[in-house]
Write a protein that binds this ligand. Structure first.
Ligand code: SF4
Ligand code: SF4
Length: 323
């Protein structure tokens, strides 16, 4: 059996809600098929009070082996680095995090808040929130830049707001089945199997993106246009498999007419949610996107865009879905 302990810090529980909806494999499959022994979880743990604390202390003191420590939410360090804004089982949660992370073979951060601080760490960050090993895109976070777990690995970051449930369960299965060494991480410690491609990879609007045709109206389902040019879609600059591993096995934000807000990147929420920045493409001189797709530059983008607009066939300007 692979022991797993899941704690929540400064969290909305969104990642737990997501995790409980996993399908391939499901949360139940983790236990019945993959031998994961969930020692305790905030929504699933049966133990309360002293019984729960005994599990925590046994793991924290190294008296009970802990294979996977999962953390959801930010590590709250305020006020004044005491962590007392987030007390749990008679002590600051940040003290539990220190002890449990240092005893665990593998540490996994689930969701933006645990990975980079997320929305709670947005300035002025009154709770002193940080991610486990990052604060936004700066490495360090709560545990420190060079920190590694007992297995010699940095924190495995599975970001998202929330993370897709199958990203979580598939990584937990890889760890539980002894394939941790196969999990290649990118420069932000995200599993490359999920975060090498872009949100745009597999988006049904790519044909409109290629011909530089914008949707005209927010929330137009899958009918027309791309959301990059006016509605602030971050699909070409966000690493996620949201259009490869669909949500609820059905769809994605961009397929349903909702711009990608880049929630798997450490800068999320972008521009600190300043008025006029959400669902609105930021432009230079009123027409050139400030951010162009990763791997290109403004000059190349402009040349490509001009040619693509000229080449755009009539169908790319029409409603594609006629019933
Ligand atoms: S809607 Fe977004 S993800 Fe889809 S093609 Fe346009 S920019 Fe890319
Ligand atoms: S589409 Fe973008 S904002 Fe939505 S979940 Fe995927 S990465 Fe996050």
């Amino acid at each position: 059996m692979t022991s797993l302990l899941w704690f929540q810090g400064g969290a909305c529980s969104g990642n737990t809600m997501s995790f409980l909806n996993a399908e391939e494999p499901s949360a139940c499959d983790l236990v019945t098929d993959f031998g994961i022994d969930v020692l305790w979880h905030p929504s699933l743990g049966m133990e309360l009070g002293q019984q729960a604390q005994k599990i925590f202390w046994d793991c924290a003191r190294g008296e009970r082996p802990l294979d996977i420590f999962v953390f959801e939410g930010t590590v709250i360090t305020g006020p004044n680095n005491t962590g007392r804004y987030d007390m749990f089982a008679d002590r600051p949660m940040m003290d539990w995090v220190t002890d449990l992370a240092n005893q665990a073979a593998i540490v996994v951060a689930i969701g933006d808040c645990a990975c980079w601080g997320g929305i709670p760490a947005t300035a002025p960050n009154p709770s002193g929130s940080v991610g486990l090993q990052y604060l936004k895109k700066n490495k360090g976070g709560f545990l420190g830049e060079g920190w590694t777990s007992k297995a010699g690995l940095p924190v495995i970051n599975i970001p998202g707001c929330p993370a897709h449930p199958d990203w979580v369960t598939q990584i937990l299965v890889a760890v539980a089945s002894g394939r941790t060494a196969d999990i290649a991480l990118d420069e932000l410690q995200r599993p490359q199997t999920f975060f090498k491609s872009f949100t745009q990879t597999g988006c049904t609007r790519v044909q409109f993106f290629e011909y530089k045709q914008s949707t005209m109206e927010f929330g137009q389902g899958t009918r027309t246009g791309c959301l990059f040019y006016e509605f602030g879609c971050r699909g070409p600059v966000t690493h996620s498999p949201c259009n490869r591993i669909l949500w609820n096995r059905q769809s994605s934000k961009t397929r349903s007419g909702m711009p990608c807000t880049g929630c798997t990147e450490p800068e999320f929420p972008f521009f600190d949610l300043a008025p006029g920045t959400v669902f609105k493409t930021q432009k230079i001189s009123g027409s050139i996107p400030k951010e162009v797709p990763i791997g290109t530059d403004h000059v190349t983008y402009m040349a490509h865009a001009a040619a693509a607009r000229i080449a755009a066939p009539e169908w790319s300007k029409e409603d594609m879905f006629v019933v």
